[in-house]
Design a protein around this ligand. Sequence first.
Ligand code: G3H
Ligand code: ZN
Length: 284
Amino acid sequence: MTLKSWLAKAQKESWALPHFNFSNLEMLKALVQAAQEARSPVMVGTSEGERNFIGLREAVFMVESFREEFGVEIFLNADHSKSAESAKKAIDSGYDSVHIDLSNLSFGENVKGTKEVVNYRGPTSIEGELGYLPGESKIQNKKFELKPEDLTDPDEAARFVRETGVDRFAGAFGNIHGISLDEPALYIERIKAVRKALSEDIALVLHAGSGIPDEEIKAAIAAGISNIHISTELRSEFREELEKSLHKKGETEYAPYKIMGPVVEGIKEKAIEKIKLFGSVNRV
Ligand code: G3H
Ligand code: ZN
């Protein structure tokens, strides 16, 4: 099945396709194991920082080889591409999907740049974004204040999708990247309104899924979200497990693959927890 058909199925059956970010082979390995064990299709994504660290072609080849060897339904996304050039580079490298994020620009400039990527794409699935999402994918010791005008406007969303031709649409619904001191509630009514304003074949994406309470996630899916991004919770799992593994009492381990074992296991378990929450378990 293609990414588009998985997203259409998720929307029709009211569950969400997970999108997990990764920074290295160990994280990807854990996500593949989670997908296989929980029989879930998954998107795996690299931000610009993540893919510059791994290498774009290397990320494509790693995903392809896991797909072939384990038969997992896995799709690689170039997450938060901050310019048309960066998005095109990912397309040229063989990514299955690109998220072009020009949400910090004016509506007109966002449409123009997003359209440029859509016209370039070939078979690559494209996601566009409109609205203001604060924060970064880390634990943030501060509060964020969101104003009603930061949320995505349903009419503007419909116009954006019409004018750009994107396949997936990401909006701002009170979601904040990373985990902050006051994880605010999602504006579920706004999700419903944006969903209603878009044609059925457009997938509605929720970024910044870390730290959002389970009940809110379930309500967001019921309101029409069919794709959810998780990064910070995996990163924090990576860090915690690595620290524990390195500081195991009475042991001085030097073999990297032994040090990394519990890290892979921890990330896999966290991903399976999200797969169950999103309802994508046992779909493959
Ligand atoms: O695109 C990445 C996600 O939106 C990750 O957000 O770090 O809040 O999970 P998160
Ligand atoms: Zn995001």
